[in-house]
Design a protein around this ligand. Structure first.
Ligand code: ADP
Ligand code: MG
Length: 258
């Protein structure tokens, strides 16, 4: 049985992409089969896994418009997971599908065709773009669960309300089974009481669980993307790597409880 997890937050720079890449590597390290889907036209996930979108003949957008099969565009990565890569063409989706009925099933349909081709994964992680547009709604519609990466700063607050409004719409109209698993504190500086206060406020205000442990702020992440490997390899035993390993174990326990 596949569990599809969306990492979404319309704020950029909160470590959605880093979390997808690193949790994917950690789940693969635990022996799971993992697919990562790059739903951001900026293709940062694709880049960070060592693939230049310009070198690709086909990518996710081609599958969405029927120009390629899902299996055609899949690529393997050195970290272990398979990747459904993005290219800048994915940006067209927001206008091409803006008025198209059934657009909320764009991602679900792609995943269905993969399963129909016999490609089964234990985990599918969806890296959402920093918007609440067609692609994010389609991701939430395809997902079993949502985790919201959150940088614990004062302004984090407002965005969470808007995201949860979208989740509400999705629950009502397109995916009544979506589970909100919680917020994942990223770039966490536990030495400041400020970060802890923001986190507690958000968890209480919106009645959200907090995924544990928080991911510490560390320079190691900035160094990782160059080689196309996550920090599980480039800084194997760092605090950041181990925090992501623990969160991956948390995800696996959470999955079993479903
Ligand atoms: P998003 O996908 O939400 O836009 P990214 O994953 O691209 O965010 O991360 C934004 C930036 O923050 C990147 O440069 C990344 O290397 C850096 N970063 C991510 N996690 C951490 C961390 N725990 N500590 C320090 N920097 C981080
Ligand atoms: Mg990103």
């Amino acid at each position: 049985m596949t569990t599809t997890l969306a990492l979404a937050n319309q704020k950029g720079g909160v470590a959605k992409t880093t979390s997808v890449a690193t949790l994917g590597a950690a789940l693969a390290e635990m022996g799971h089969s993992v697919l990562l889907v790059d739903l951001d036209p900026q293709a940062c996930l694709t880049f960070s896994l060592g693939i230049d979108p310009e070198d690709l003949e086909t990518s996710l957008h081609d599958v969405m418009v029927g120009g390629a099969t899902a299996a055609d565009v899949l690529v393997g990565t050195e970290d272990g997971p398979d990747l459904m890569p993005a290219a800048i063409t994915l940006a067209r989706v927001e206008t091409e599908f803006a008025q198209v009925a059934g657009r909320e099933r764009l991602v679900a349909t792609v995943l269905d065709t993969l399963a129909a081709q016999g490609l089964d994964y234990d985990w599918v992680l969806l890296d959402c773009p920093p918007t609440l547009g067609v692609l994010t709604v389609a991701a939430l519609t395809a997902a079993d669960a949502l985790v919201v990466p959150l940088q614990c700063e004062t302004l984090a607050h407002r965005g969470v309300g808007q995201l949860l409004d979208t989740v509400h719409d999705v629950l009502e109209h397109t995916n009544p089974d979506l589970e909100v698993w919680g917020v994942l504190p990223t770039m966490f500086d536990g030495r400041t009481t400020h970060a802890r206060t923001v986190l507690e406020t958000i968890a209480e205000t919106y009645d959200l669980d907090v995924v544990s442990p928080p991911i510490p702020k560390t320079i190691k992440f900035a160094e990782a993307p160059a080689g196309g490997r996550s920090i599980l390899t480039t800084a194997r035993t760092s605090k950041g790597a181990n925090a992501y390993r623990e969160v991956a174990q948390w995800l696996e326990r959470r999955r079993v409880r479903r």
